[in-house]
Design a protein around this ligand. Structure first.
Ligand code: ADP
Length: 224
């Protein structure tokens, strides 16, 4: 089986999203072929990305010449030019790329990308907007939606569950959430997260990681 870390990814569109993605993958040891129509952009990135070329992904011949058949994964990171984004995703599907990711700028765009064959659609601006809304409206320090109805939240424990072993707080019955890790405030700046058990005793001011349904973690993070 191919080593997942060295398996190549074609990143098409090197705007803010695509270039950040390509650079991050490269720094993690994944081979990336970056593609963009913008010559200047490609030149600017060529010092930091080992493989970056000027090409138009809406041209099926150009994709073939780039060796698309060799790639198991490709990301369509074109956003603003919706037509180019949809056409590229449909060509990748026609060329039977096994794992196609695509960035959408709104839900409608996302639905079309799925219909033309993208296997995974991400909505970075929409998702980040939702995330910031959660951070602004409660006491959450961080919020990650792990599925449509499930989330992980970084927050501080409400008063009614501190100073008692977690197993005796009735946390799951009362709030429907589970504390998975804790960073103890008493350990100061050097503290790191450790797994929580039923014997863990939380202190007010500790930072905890909590998982549960979105509704339950939201409700839990409101309690002081
Ligand atoms: P972001 O918001 O992430 O900056 P943009 O949609 O503004 O995303 O940028 C997408 C990039 O995709 C641009 O650099 C643009 O030149 C590139 N692009 C647009 N159409 C094509 C195409 N047909 N083939 C390759 N790259 C393209």
């Amino acid at each position: 089986m191919a080593d997942i870390r060295t398996e190549s990814v074609m990143v098409i569109g090197l705007g803010r999203f695509g270039s950040a993605l390509a650079l991050e993958l490269t720094s993690r040891g994944t081979e990336v072929l970056g593609v963009d129509t913008n010559r200047k952009l490609v030149q600017n990135l060529s010092g930091r990305l080992p493989h970056v070329v000027v090409a138009d992904s809406t041209d099926i011949e150009a994709l073939r010449q780039l060796g698309i058949a060799e790639f198991r994964r490709a990301v369509v990171a074109i956003g603003t030019d919706i037509q180019a984004s949809i056409l590229t995703a449909s060509l990748l599907s026609e060329l039977e790329v096994p794992d196609i990711w695509a960035k959408a700028i709104n839900r409608q765009h996302g639905r079309i990308l799925s219909r033309v064959g993208a296997h995974h659609v991400v909505l970075p601006e929409h998702d980040m907007g939702e995330r910031v809304a959660h951070l602004l409206s409660g006491r959450m320090l961080d919020y990650i939606e792990v599925d449509e109805d499930f989330a992980m939240v970084k927050t501080k424990p409400p008063r009614d569950i501190v100073s008692v072993p977690l197993g005796e707080t009735g946390l799951r019955a009362r709030y429907g959430v589970t504390v998975v890790a804790v960073k103890s405030q008493a350990r100061g700046d050097t503290a790191t997260f450790t797994y929580a058990t039923s014997d863990t005793v939380l202190m007010y001011g500790d930072v905890i990681l909590v998982v549960g349904t979105i509704r339950d973690v939201e409700r839990f993070a409101e309690v002081d």
